[in-house]
Design a protein around this ligand. Structure first.
Ligand code: NAI
Ligand code: MG
Length: 489
């Protein structure tokens, strides 16, 4: 057994579900494969309706005790958890790379990022503050307090198998909530491993439970479970919409982090090479499988030829290979299905009149690899200009002036992140105010920070932004108190 597999909680010699602080064996298992090699990583335990129900009950049983701990005590558990993530960084990184393919260096960065987000949430645990509001009666005091939302269903994707569950679990625990996590079926072991470490950190049994299995079965069962008080979901826009519809029937709050079609507008630059560096990094990290990946470049006509050449040169210099290879810049996609989707998008773009500016080159034949692509002369009506591709593909659209740029940037159903590169602050500010996205980056790529609110609007999300001090807006609810001394006898 390789070291990283030892991080996966097990029962009866096989990976196990985590329910009520126990490693629970499943009745059915399904192999998870390493996209780089096709080799089996391990068999994931599949939950049925009975296990989902048991997990929600376990979260319910832990709720009063966990919520009753002082915030600073909950924060202390979180700080120990962050430390355990760092101590196990190498094994966690290897596990994440084995199950979903990203380069090891990126997986190490993901562990560090997860630890940083936990530390921020740990501080927040003692800051669940309310307000005092002057009331109409001079002798009365009006207050609001934040109380835990309750039992949270956390449904997460495979592209950030460590950070995604952590980004929901840490603020939930800080707020006094308990959690049932349903990780993506492509990469469930990272979630099992980090929750295993949370129990080691001293979290109470049942505060966080993990059930694995197919989205339409296990995920849907959680969303429909009447014991679940709120649903935090990250994934595709179509599934997010369905979850919101289902949750709305019983008025359960949702926090949705969905897809993106993020654009970088290049207006002007001192050094176009540096701009190309920022764009390529933000586009190709995680093989383009990031919700905030830059996937469109909107560029002024007079800069376009030079920028496209710079983008193509950088993209062609990236090494495509297994994530465990130290020289790899771009790992395999998560699955053959994802590879088919990406290749199909590129072919449709080329058939529609786009021009490939990057080189066609061989990639390792034994996995879902795709050499990074720059498509030039893309027009706003093409699918490669409007649909999320989730792969290493940059579509370049040429424009004339800020107004056209903003119209093009806003021409999709999404509203997650956007970048503007300009030496003119007036242009940058007008871009920031004009685009319909939750996050705007001026003169850098679409990278976020571990203490800053994160989220999208329209097709990219709904509900409170995650991370930062906004997370508590989802993970708590308000109670209002009108306090008045008893009337004198
Ligand atoms: P998905 O949205 O189907 O999966 C995300 C999570 O939702 C997984 O845990 C899955 O099991 C669960 N799920 C699926 N159907 C469900 C349902 N009916 N009820 C409850 N939970 C359900 O995304 P998928 O199929 O992995 O990827 C498809 C596309 O979605 C990608 O190509 C990409 O465009 C987008 N995507 C965006 C992500 C982001 O970071 N915003 C992450 C993953 C995918
Ligand atoms: Mg799906």
């Amino acid at each position: 057994m390789t070291d990283f597999l030892q991080l996966i909680p097990s029962a009866e010699g096989a990976p196990a579900l985590l329910i009520g602080g126990e490693a629970v064996p499943a009745t059915e298992y399904e192999d998870v494969t390493d996209p780089a090699t096709g080799a089996v990583v391990a068999a994931q335990p599949l939950a049925g309706n009975a296990e989902v129900d048991r997990a929600v009950r376990a979260a319910g049983a832990a709720a009063t005790t966990w919520a009753g701990l002082p915030g600073r005590r909950r924060g202390a558990v979180l700080l120990r958890w962050a430390q355990l993530l760092r101590e196990n960084s190498e094994a966690l990184a290897r596990l994440a790379t084995a199950e979903m393919g990203k380069p090891l260096g990126e997986s190490r960065g993901e562990v560090e990022r997860a630890a940083s987000e936990i530390e921020y949430a740990a501080g927040e645990a003692a800051r669940m503050t309310g307000q005092t509001i002057p009331g109409d009666l001079p002798e009365a005091l009006v207050v609001t307090e934040r109380i835990p939302l309750g039992i949270i269903a956390a449904i997460t994707p495979w592209n950030f198998p460590i950070v995604s569950p952590v980004r929901k679990i840490a603020p939930a625990l800080a707020a006094g909530d308990t959690v049932v996590v349903k990780p993506a079926e492509e990469a469930p072991f990272s979630a099992l491993a980090v929750v295993g470490l949370l129990e080691e950190a001293g979290c109470i049994p049942g505060a966080v439970n993990v059930v694995c299995g197919a989205g339409p079965m296990v995920g849907a069962a959680l969303v429909e479970h009447p014991g679940v008080d709120g649903i935090s979901f990250t994934g595709s826009t179509s599934v997010g919409r369905r979850i919101a519809e289902t949750a709305a029937r019983r008025l359960a709050p949702v926090q949705l982090e969905l897809g993106g079609k993020n654009a970088a507008y290049v207006h002007s630059a001192v050094d176009l090479g540096r701009v190309a560096d920022e764009i390529v990094a933000a586009a190709m990290q995680c093989t383009g499988q990031r919700c905030t990946a830059i996937s469109r470049v909107v560029v002024e006509n007079d800069l376009a030829d030079e920028l496209v050449a710079a983008l193509a040169a950088r993209v062609d210099a990236l090494t495509v290979g297994p994530g465990t290879d130290p020289g790899t810049n771009v790992g395999p996609l998560v699955s053959m299905r994802q590879q088919h989707t990406v290749v199909d998008h590129v072919q449709r773009g080329l058939a529609g009149g786009a021009i490939r500016a990057s080189a066609e080159r061989p990639v390792p034949p034994d996995g879902p690899y795709v050499a990074p692509v720059v498509l030039d002369h893309v027009t706003p009506d093409m699918a490669v200009a409007t649909e999320e591709i989730f792969g290493p593909v940059l579509s370049v659209l040429r424009v004339e002036g800020l107004d056209e740029a903003i119209a093009v940037v806003n021409g999709t159903e999404y509203g997650l992140a956007a970048s503007v590169f300009s030496t003119d602050m007036d242009v940058a500010l007008r871009f920031m105010r004009g685009v319909g996205s939750g996050m705007v980056h001026v003169n850098h790529g679409t990278a976020s920070e571990p203490h800053v609110p994160f989220g999208g609007v329209a097709g990219s999300g709904m509900g409170a932004f995650s991370i930062g001090d906004t997370a508590k807006e989802f993970f708590t609810r308000l109670r209002v108190g009108y306090l008045r001394a008893p009337a004198p006898a």
